[in-house]
Write a protein that binds this ligand. Structure first.
Ligand SMILES: Nc1ncnc2c1ncn2[C@@H]1O[C@H](COP(=O)(O)OP(=O)(O)OP(=O)(O)O)[C@@H](O)[C@H]1O
Ligand SMILES: [Mg+2]
Length: 308
């Protein structure tokens, strides 16, 4: 079942069309990576899902309920961590979550129980200091706890890892990954390796247009490479093979070879007694698909402009 269904969503700010007719379906229990460079329209889409922006065309549904600007009936399903979360800096984590729980209308005993569960989940259970002394990573972790307080069906996090170092990013990704059985997760980022690490689905948004969406493993299969990397023990061997077969050198000791040519290259290496340390299939990364997809669209766009 789809938890979010977006149809032909358009948003114009002044005279700029920021979302140009987006169609997006987010299935329940997915971890959905929302990728796009700065200004692509990620925050605009997320705020539209939350009913915080008035859209110009199209519709958004949470399950079967239509999202309406300024109304919050669909937000009972959603927990939200904004890109720049605001906290009461003089409070500690427990005081802050208690306040958020009261704002949600939760009973006191439920807030207390949930607070302890969530602080344990985000690794802040033993933290007694005030929020003003928190690192960025701690603030993001507290922000996720706040977003999960009402046991949402959908957790929306706007660039939760962007400002963090690798350790902080890993902590956030581990938390998002660990809640996947209880809630669907939508998070935006421009860090493709983060998406590759935990997401089941991905969408590429570029200049207000969705260029690709789907299950990550299916996308990877669709764009599978047909190349191998051969790694040599000796730079001279790499150079020799690269020259003879007109192969690209990936680095001084590795060449890239198409599967159709592999047997021929290997036969030559055996004949010439050339040793190798590794031959491996070249797995494409999400980053390389992203660049491919964006470039393909940009070529198409220039072609269309030239011809029409
Ligand atoms: N309130 C606003 N008024 C005018 N223009 C806006 C407003 N909000 C966003 N925009 C414009 O809409 C475009 C998309 O912005 P958005 O914040 O959705 O991008 P984003 O993908 O979240 O980018 P980032 O990675 O920088 O957070 C940008 O060109 C931005 O300048
Ligand atoms: Mg943004």
């Amino acid at each position: 079942m789809q938890i979010v269904t977006i149809q032909n969503l358009k948003k114009i700010f002044k005279d700029k069309e920021v979302l140009k007719g987006i169609n997006l379906e987010i299935p329940e229990n997915s971890i959905f990576g929302f990728i796009g460079k700065n200004g692509a329209g990620k925050t605009t889409t997320m705020k539209s899902i939350l009913g915080l922006l008035k859209v110009d065309e199209g519709s958004i549904k949470i399950y079967d309920d239509i999202v309406t600007f300024g109304e919050n009936k669909t937000n009972k399903y959603i927990g939200y961590l904004p890109d720049v979360p605001e906290f009461y800096r003089f409070m500690n984590a427990r005081e802050y979550l208690k306040l958020c729980g009261e704002a949600l209308g939760l009973a006191n005993d439920i807030v207390v129980k949930r607070t302890e569960e969530l602080l344990t989940l985000v690794g802040l259970a033993n933290e007694v200091s005030r929020i003003k002394g928190y690192s960025r990573g701690m603030k993001q972790r507290l922000g996720i706890a706040q977003a999960l307080l009402g046991k949402p069906k959908l957790l929306i996090c706007d660039e939760p890892t962007s400002a963090l170092d690798p350790k902080g990013r890993k902590e956030i990704l581990d938390i998002l990954s660990s809640v996947k059985n209880e809630t669907t997760v939508l998070f935006s980022t421009h860090i493709l390796t983060d998406v590759e690490r935990i997401c089941t689905h991905v969408v590429f948004l570029d200049e207000g247009v969705i260029k690709l969406q789907g299950k990550i493993d299916e996308i990877k299969k669709m764009h599978q490479s047909n190349e191998y990397i051969i790694q040599f023990l000796d730079e001279n061997h790499a150079k020799k093979i690269s020259k003879r077969f007109e192969l690209d050198l990936v680095n001084p000791i590795e060449v890239k070879v198409l599967v159709q040519k592999l047997n021929e290259v290997l036969a030559y290496m055996i004949k010439e007694n050339i040793a190798f340390s590794k031959i491996e299939f070249l797995e494409k990364t999400l980053e390389s698909f992203y660049l491919e997809v964006i470039q393909k669209w940009s070529r198409f766009y220039h072609f269309s402009r030239k011809n029409y």
